[in-house]
Write a protein that binds this ligand. Structure first.
Ligand code: PLP
Ligand code: SF4
Length: 358
């Protein structure tokens, strides 16, 4: 199906297998070849032009971006496809909604220096780039000023200075954008500086790239990971079981083989994964791919994303049913990020409890 699609669009890369020793498809080709024109997206999925005007209006606010390996996992002719729904710009994004703003979780105020976000004890989050492999319409950083807030510039100098001033920081989290859009040379530069600072015990990557473009997990990335003298935790971002195909499973196996701890964060999204079935299938499929569920985020109220909101009572009831359907280790923590809180805030279980035992 994937090959058929590439042939249909005349992509010369169609003949190159996605995986296999020595014949890896370059992730940079997939990045560069991503669909950015709403008309092209609708045509590729056999969808009517009735969506075009809204898509263009919304894409003018936050550009459309869908790489082909992700597109290939969508069902044609289905505007409700759970993957398409995450990336299709809709007219609803252009409406102003009370309570939804440009900086929903207080990221700008949390900056200790440009791109260095200090919210929680012991761990510091770095925004390293504005680039992503895919543009998720609900992204809470869709209005973030990445050009100024970039911790990777100057060879990470500001990060090293920050660590030297803050010896109680034990974990660095690379976020974005997507930190795996950076090449291994930039990443290696960071690791060299970290290896001189024994206060840092763990490195964490928050990335969606290995999911949307599994070819990102190539030999160069694996070589970089093997060179890190610290445990690496990778928190990927999958919202629906349909996102995990065979190529993703192979990529995850490779990461596990070099000792990476794999966790997932998802966002609870109306029309994407707001059912017990979708959540249970997501957890089961993650586990089969070697990933444990970590967080299920309640939508951050970012301007343009209000149509993804699930009312909190419904979220709690749904989550209670999810807890009743899975082993505890496959239940993600339902959390909300509140500006100023000392950690992500865990939301209570919506489980129906039995009467107390007499
Ligand atoms: C979410 C977040 C973290 C990570 O929180 P954990 O609970 O450790 O996963 C760290 N820093 C910032 C600024 C964050 O937003
Ligand atoms: S990959 Fe992450 S940072 Fe990039 S648009 Fe999606 S949610 Fe936002």
């Amino acid at each position: 199906m994937v090959l058929a699609f590439w042939r249909a669009t005349g992509d010369s890369a169609a003949m190159i297998p996605k995986t296999g020793p020595g014949r890896q498809r370059s992730w940079r080709d997939d990045m560069a070849g991503a669909i950015t024109d709403p008309k092209q997206l609708l045509a590729a999925l056999d969808l009517g032009r009735e969506w075009l005007e809204g898509a263009r209006a919304a894409a003018a606010l936050f550009p459309l971006r869908v790489p082909h390996p992700y597109l290939a996992r969508m069902r044609k002719g289905c505007v409700d496809d759970p993957l398409l729904r995450q990336v299709l710009p809709l007219y609803a994004e252009t409406c102003t909604v009370a309570g939804y703003g440009p900086d929903p979780v207080g990221d700008l105020r949390a900056q200790a220096a440009p791109g260095i976000l200090q919210k929680y004890d012991g761990r510091t989050l770095l925004t390293t780039t504005g680039a992503c492999a895919v543009h998720c319409r609900y992204c809470f950083r869709r209005h973030f000023p990445y050009a100024e807030a970039n911790a990777a510039r100057d060879g990470w100098k500001a990060v090293f200075e920050y660590l030297d001033r803050n010896p109680d920081v034990h974990e660095l989290i690379l976020s974005g954008g997507d930190p795996l859009t950076l090449g291994e040379d930039r990443l290696a530069q960071l690791v060299r500086g970290l290896s001189e600072r024994p206060q840092v015990r763990r490195l964490r990557l928050h990335t969606r790239l290995p999911i949307v473009i599994p070819a990102r997990v190539d030999d160069a990335l694996l070589a970089w990971i093997r060179s890190i003298p610290l445990p690496l935790v990778m928190v990927v971002h999958v919202n629906h079981a349909q996102e995990i195909d065979e190529a993703v499973c192979v990529a995850m196996q490779r990461l596990r083989a070099v000792g990476v701890t794999l966790l997932n964060q998802a966002v609870l999204l109306a029309g994407v994964n707001d059912s017990v079935t979708a959540q249970v299938q997501l957890s089961e499929t993650l586990f089969a791919a070697g990933i444990l569920p970590y967080y299920l985020h309640v939508l951050d109220p970012v301007a343009g994303a209000s149509h993804f909101a699930v009312p909190i009572e419904r979220a709690l009831a749904l989550f209670g049913d999810v807890e009743g359907s899975l082993p505890g280790y496959l239940v993600p923590r339902l959390v909300q990020e509140l500006a100023g809180a000392p950690a992500k805030v865990r939301l209570g279980s919506g489980m129906t409890l039995p009467n107390p035992v007499q």
